[in-house]
Design a protein around this ligand. Structure first.
Ligand code: PEP
Length: 255
């Protein structure tokens, strides 16, 4: 049975009450209630909605995580969020290096490696995002760019940290555009990442695909050998579409 990790990145959406309602709709769905233990479901609400999401998740077998954390443990970093606070309130995971943070906050691979380190030392599992821009994609530089991102993150974080992480391949041109990578395109890059991780003695990591995943394309993506789940943006904000993606993973897991 293959294991799948289905993560919903809610970005800057949902008030605390709405987050609780969405978690409640998802955890009480047949999709989650009847999902095999090989399907792991995680949701990433905005920071101020985390507590209500965690309360709504209650005893159900779903994970809640943060969308970002600072690389330092504590200190004079106004407006930042610490990994230890996320862990303390009940988060199990944190996304680091999402392309929107790279784009809007100038996050570098070195910083992302430091954030992954802080996450792990605080007891969180980081989801490390990598992926090329449209210009890099069109120039045929995808593997060169993704390989360089992984190298710089590994240099900053070290093997032990990367070995405890989840990788998300998110082509920037596919995020929020409705233009997902084809299963063949995604599989090709995932296979490259898998080999890269093997060569750098950090094998067996889950590699998620992110970029316009929907109920319509999820099954074809999950049928690919090296796609171990999805990081879902837009389609994670409606319980019907997120649950349909969970169903696709459950089906793929038993095939
Ligand atoms: C994301 O935000 O990581 C993402 C993949 O978004 P979307 O599914 O909306 O493309």
């Amino acid at each position: 049975m293959r294991t799948f990790f289905i993560a919903g990145n809610w970005k800057m959406n949902t008030l605390p009450g709405e987050a609780a309602q969405l978690v409640d709709a998802i955890v009480s769905s047949k999709s989650v209630q009847e999902a095999p233990s090989s399907v792991i479901v995680a949701m990433f609400p905005p920071h101020l909605s985390l507590t209500s999401a965690i309360e709504a998740a209650g005893k159900f077998r779903v994970s809640i995580g943060g969308q970002n954390c600072h690389h330092k443990e504590h200190g004079a970093y106004t407006g930042e969020i610490s990994a230890s606070v996320l862990a303390h309130i009940g988060c199990s995971h944190v996304i680091v290096g999402h392309s929107e943070r790279r784009r809007d906050h100038g996050e570098t691979n070195e910083l992302i490696g430091q954030k992954a380190t802080r996450a792990i030392t605080s007891g969180l599992i980081p989801i490390i995002c990598v992926g090329e821009t449209l210009a890099e994609h069109e120039a045929g530089r995808t593997k060169e760019v993704v390989g360089a991102q992984l190298s710089e993150i590994l240099n900053a974080a070290g093997k032990e940290i990367v070995a405890g992480s989840i990788i998300a391949y998110e082509p920037v041109w596919a995020i929020g555009t409705g233009r997902a990578a084809t299963p063949q395109q995604a599989q090709d890059v995932h296979q490259f990442i898998r080999h890269w991780l093997d060569e750098h003695q950090t094998p067996n990591l889950p590699i998620l695909y992110g970029g316009s995943v929907t109920p319509e394309n999820a099954s074809a993506l999950f049928a690919c050998e090296d796609i171990d789940g999805a990081l879902v943006g837009g389609a994670s904000l409606k319980h019907e579409s997120f649950c349909a993606i969970i169903d696709a993973a459950a089906k793929a897991s038993t095939q």
